[in-house]
Design a binder for this molecule. Sequence first.
Ligand code: FE2
Length: 315
Amino acid sequence: MASVHSVSSSTPPSRSIPSSDVVRLSARIGAEIRNVRLSGDLPNDLVKEINDLLLQHRVVFFRGQDHLDDAGQERFAKRLGDLVPHPTVGAIKGTASILELDSARGGGRADSWHTDVTFVDAYPRAAVLRGVVIPEFGGDTIWSNTAAAYQDLPAPLQRLADELWAVHSNAYDYAATRSRATDADRKHFDEVFTGTVYETEHPVVRVHPETGERTLLLGHFVQRFAGIRKADGQKLFDLFQSYITAPENTVRWRWKTGDIAIWDNRATQHIAVNDYGDQHRIVRRATIDGDVPVGVDGRTSVTRVKAPKAVGRAA
Ligand SMILES: [Fe+2]
C-alpha cells in the first residue's frame, strides 16, 4: 500500500507518538493527536514530531487540554517558535501574543475565509488556538489546505497563479465579506483593527519554506491584484478561492472546551462558522512569528504601506 504519510519515512522507530494516536480526519487535511498532554516542558523530540505532523496534516487537534491557562498555552506555543502579538490589536494583558476572540465583543467572530495577518509581509507561521467558552451547538472552525488547492488547479491556471501578485490590507472591504457584522464589529474594525493601515504585496503562490510545496496565498485581506483592474481581479479571486474552499480540501472541527488546534498558517485558510446565535464563544490564540514569503520566481513579499489611519474625515 502506498504510504500517504510523507513524513513518516524519516521518523525513527522510537517515535513517541504511535501512529494509532494520530487519527486522520480527511485525506487532505487534519488529524487529531491523542494521548499527548501539551506543555512547555515537552521533550524536544516530541515537539519536533508535533511540528512534523503539523507540516503533514496542516492542522492538528488535541482534546482535553483543560490544564492549559494563558501562560501554559504560551509556554507550549513558544516551543514551536517566537511568539508575536497581533500588529494592531496587540496581546491581552500579561501575555506576549494571546489574541482573544470573544463573540460578545467587536471583531470576535472571524467568519470569513482568511489566512491570519497576511496584511504584513512576515505573517505568522502558525497559531495555537484554545477553546475557552464553547457554545452548545455551532461555532465550528473550518480549515482548508492551500497546497492541495494549488495542486487541484489545471496547469494553465497554475501558471497564471504563479505569476500573479496581490495586495493584502487590513483595511479591506470588511462589509463585503461580513453579512452579520454588528455595530460593535464595525467600531472595532474602524478604531482598533485598522488603527494602523498596512498594505503588503504577496505572490499569489508562495513556496512553503519548510516543505517546498507551492501554496495559494489569498483570503479576505486581498484588496486587489497588482496590475489588474479591481473588477477583473474579483473574478480571479473568486476563481482561485473556490479551489481553496472546495469541501474535499477542508476539515471541520467541533470544539469542546479545553481543545487545542494548531495550524500551519502558511498552508491553510480558515473560517469560524457564525451559526451559534447569541451563545457565548471565546477562543484564545497564541501566535508564532513567520518569515517573509517567497514566490516561485524567488521574489519576496514587500510591505508598501504602514501608516496610522487618517481620522476626523467627514463621513
Ligand atoms: Fe483567523
